[in-house]
Ligand binder design. Structure first.
Ligand SMILES: *[C@@H]1O[C@H](CO)[C@@H](O)[C@H](O)[C@H]1NC(C)=O
Ligand SMILES: *[C@@H]1O[C@H](CO)[C@@H](O)[C@H](O)[C@H]1NC(C)=O
Ligand SMILES: *[C@@H]1O[C@H](CO)[C@@H](O)[C@H](O)[C@H]1NC(C)=O
Ligand SMILES: *[C@@H]1O[C@H](CO)[C@@H](O)[C@H](O)[C@H]1NC(C)=O
Length: 195
């Protein structure tokens, strides 16, 4: 009698811990980690930690499936683009900082402002393409966003002694669009890029 009781208690404990264990790591949480592992493996430009940190910062990422994680990565990229465009506008308007009086830096900032304005439009289209499962077009548009971040950053490198005030932001754009591309490509093979 007591041995049956202890067996049933044992089973109950087993069930309790089994359920608790599953509850501690919801499937979506695992999906973020699993997706980021794949992204980091497939793209040397993408770090696992950046991927996890970025995706987990989105409020609805915990219960998202892969398709939804793609939308989330695109929206994170769009937020970043919009914030950077605003920031560039502030830098161009900043009368108290003589750093931005330099005509060379101003022309670089203006180029970046145009690049980011175009990138926001491309990203908006990419989200629509992605949602309608047109992954090839989404890939091309997000690739153009990634290229915009390096074009902006490279502009500042053409003159010696000039340092880019946008390095961190261009880096974020670069990595977020690489992340979005990586998730897009999990749905379909990437198209051949023609330069
Ligand atoms: C990594 O970034 C470099 C520099 O922009 C780029 O040329 C290269 O194609 C990227 N690699 C992948 C796998 O996307
Ligand atoms: C841009 O993306 C980076 C990396 O995910 C993040 O740390 C930063 O807070 C984002 N900025 C905005 C304004 O969304
Ligand atoms: C993800 O969830 C959405 C909405 O519930 C659904 O339409 C879509 O097919 C799902 N995608 C995958 C890969 O399960
Ligand atoms: C303008 O530049 C100054 C000096 O670099 C800086 O302290 C200030 O925060 C800047 N203002 C804006 C709105 O960026």
């Amino acid at each position: 009698m007591s041995s049956i009781l202890s067996i049933s208690l044992f089973i109950q404990l087993l069930l309790l811990f089994g359920v608790q264990d599953a509850g501690a790591t919801p499937p979506s949480h695992n999906l973020i980690h699993e997706t980021c592992r794949k992204c980091a493996r497939n793209d040397p430009n993408l770090s696992y930690d950046f991927c996890v940190t970025s995706l987990q910062a989105a409020p609805d990422s915990r219960c998202a499936n892969l398709t939804q994680l793609g939308v989330i990565s695109l929206k994170l990229t769009r937020q970043n683009l919009t914030a950077t465009k605003k920031y560039i506008r502030l830098l161009l308007k900043n009368k108290t900082s003589h750093q931005y009086d330099d005509p060379y830096i101003r022309s670089c900032l203006k180029d970046c402002f145009r690049l980011y304005s175009d990138a926001i439009l491309s990203l908006k289209e990419a989200i629509a393409d992605y949602k309608s499962t047109n992954y090839a077009d989404a890939n091309i548009k997000v690739s153009s966003v990634l290229d915009a971040s390096t074009t902006c950053e490279d502009g500042f490198k053409e003159k010696q002694g000039v340092s880019s005030p946008l390095t961190k932001r261009n880096g974020d754009t670069f990595h977020l669009s690489a992340l979005a591309l990586s998730i897009i490509n999990m749905h379909a093979p990437p198209p051949i890029r023609i330069h």
